[in-house]
Design a protein around this ligand. Structure first.
Ligand SMILES: *[C@@H]1O[C@H](CO)[C@@H](O)[C@H](O)[C@H]1NC(C)=O
Ligand SMILES: *[C@@H]1O[C@H](CO)[C@@H](O)[C@H](O)[C@H]1NC(C)=O
Ligand SMILES: *[C@@H]1O[C@H](CO)[C@@H](O)[C@H](O)[C@H]1NC(C)=O
Ligand SMILES: *[C@@H]1O[C@H](CO)[C@@H](O)[C@H](O)[C@H]1NC(C)=O
Ligand SMILES: *[C@@H]1O[C@H](CO)[C@@H](O)[C@H](O)[C@H]1NC(C)=O
Length: 390
């Protein structure tokens, strides 16, 4: 205070004005402090949804980080887990998991095998989840209504387990979905042209889901592009014809082309939403580039063969067997024997089970996207409530 006395009143006034300006601009560039995350998606971000419904992901899933299966198709954490960690939010409970869940800072509506469109088939026939994106949005609407009813009327422990009403407008809404729409098309023997033809329909549906989340109060959207599907062993094995021709690192040109068309349309869709809803903030995140960088530079980045499945069976080019997956067992002389084993060091592998990435790969992807370098607009995760120029 003594030094302040050395300034005249005008200088002091100017100083506090400058301080105020600094404060305002620091605030504008500062962190958003999202109190919650609500996630929609597929196995890339499923933290227990499919496991809650259709049987737990078997060991050795979860072995690296959780020490036991944790509802994730991975040896450890997913990108959504690193997102939660970095925002200071506990790992998201799956909305469908009725045991031991804590939704006070968010909920996860993703299930493995989910697609944007409803698949006209059963999980038991095709492996695709019935919890398509529209179903996830109905779950979300019920979650808002019922959680507020219970929070207000039951109180007690529920106030610790459910979000406050204001969190729904302050939360970050994350989306990572589309991979299964593309593979579902290819897996019923569509051509790349046929797959590309239904992408506009996917965009219409995604748009209407995001509109409904906005209508329900969501304002901050963080939308992942889909990855280079043509570099995943399951996709290559499923359609040997589409697997050729391959690029220099062994990825299918056709699958990756479809993923890139999807992503281009997604980026345009997000731009349209940004224009239509000036009261909301939309960030498109180019996960494709992060994943392709990892796969194409795997050895330089300290990883082994990026197309070799860590937790798989059957050796061969990919150590991937469509019939016996990670944690899979076969009958040998009347006893069930685990043959879908983990490799010794998942931290050096990119592909966990031929479909999903290892924790180490997910960490790499997260590190690529967290700072905003691959985002449109290029805002860091922690500032994804701020649109350009704000
Ligand atoms: C499911 O069937 C409906 C009605 O025939 C069709 O419009 C839709 O495109 C189909 N969905 C998929 C994923 O094939
Ligand atoms: C949620 O509550 C709103 C307002 O009361 C109501 O219009 C809507 O139908 C409810 N939705 C569900 C899924 O219960
Ligand atoms: C639920 O999580 C919140 C923080 O996200 C924590 O404060 C609370 O104690 C947790 N409640 C229970 C019962 O685990
Ligand atoms: C796709 O084609 C393969 C090879 O011709 C065939 O074995 C398979 O049954 C076909 N799948 C579907 C869903 O039509
Ligand atoms: C299964 O039993 C047969 C006959 O007893 C034996 O020859 C074979 O080695 C056994 N296979 C395994 C994998 O133990």
């Amino acid at each position: 205070m003594a030094s302040r006395g050395n300034f005249g009143p005008a200088a002091a006034g100017l100083l506090s004005f400058v301080l105020l300006l600094l404060q305002v601009s620091a605030g504008a560039a500062g962190d958003c402090h999202f109190p919650a995350v609500f996630n929609f998606g597929d196995s890339n971000s499923d933290t227990g949804g499919l496991s809650a419904l259709f049987g737990a992901a078997p060991p050795p899933n979860g072995r690296t980080f959780f020490g036991a299966p944790a509802g994730r198709y991975c040896d450890g954490r997913l990108v959504i887990d690193f997102i939660a960690e970095s925002l200071g939010i506990p790992y998201l409970s799956a909305y469908l998991n009725s045991v031991g869940s804590n939704f006070s800072q968010g909920a996860n509506f993703a299930t493995a095998g989910s697609s944007i469109r409803r698949q006209n088939t059963s999980l038991f026939l095709s492996g695709f989840s019935p919890i398509s994106l529209d179903v996830q949005s109905w779950e979300f609407e019920q979650f808002i209504n019922r959680s507020q009813l219970v929070y207000n009327n039951k109180g007690g422990i529920y106030r610790e387990l459910l979000p406050k009403a204001e969190y729904f407008s302050q939360a970050l809404y994350t989306f990572d979905i589309g991979q299964n729409d593309i593979t579902a098309g290819y897996f019923v023997n569509m051509t790349t042209e046929q797959v590309v033809d239904f992408i506009p329909d996917l965009m219409e549906r995604l748009t209407s889901i995001i509109q409904s989340v906005h209508w329900l109060g969501g304002r901050y959207f963080w939308i992942h592009s889909t990855g280079p599907i043509g570099c995943l062993p399951y996709a290559l094995v499923h359609r040997p014809d589409i697997a050729e021709p391959k690029d220099g690192i062994g990825c299918s040109v056709a699958y990756n082309k479809a993923a890139q068309v999807f992503n281009q349309r997604l980026k345009e869709t997000v731009a349209r939403l940004r224009k239509a809803y000036p009261d909301a903030v939309f960030t498109y995140v180019d996960v494709y580039t992060a994943k392709y960088k990892l796969i194409s530079q795997a050895r330089k980045l300290g990883f082994d063969d990026p197309l070799l499945t860590c937790c798989g069976h059957g050796a061969g080019r990919y150590n991937f067997d469509q019939k016996v997956g990670c944690g899979g067992k076969v009958q040998v002389n009347g006893t069930s024997v685990l043959v879908g084993n983990s490799c010794d060091d998942p931290s050096r592998r990119v592909s966990w089970d031929g479909v999903h990435f290892t924790e180490a790969a997910n960490k790499f992807v997260f590190d690529q996207i967290v700072g905003g370098a691959l985002s449109d607009p290029p805002v860091p995760l922690r500032q994804a409530c701020r649109s350009k120029g704000q």
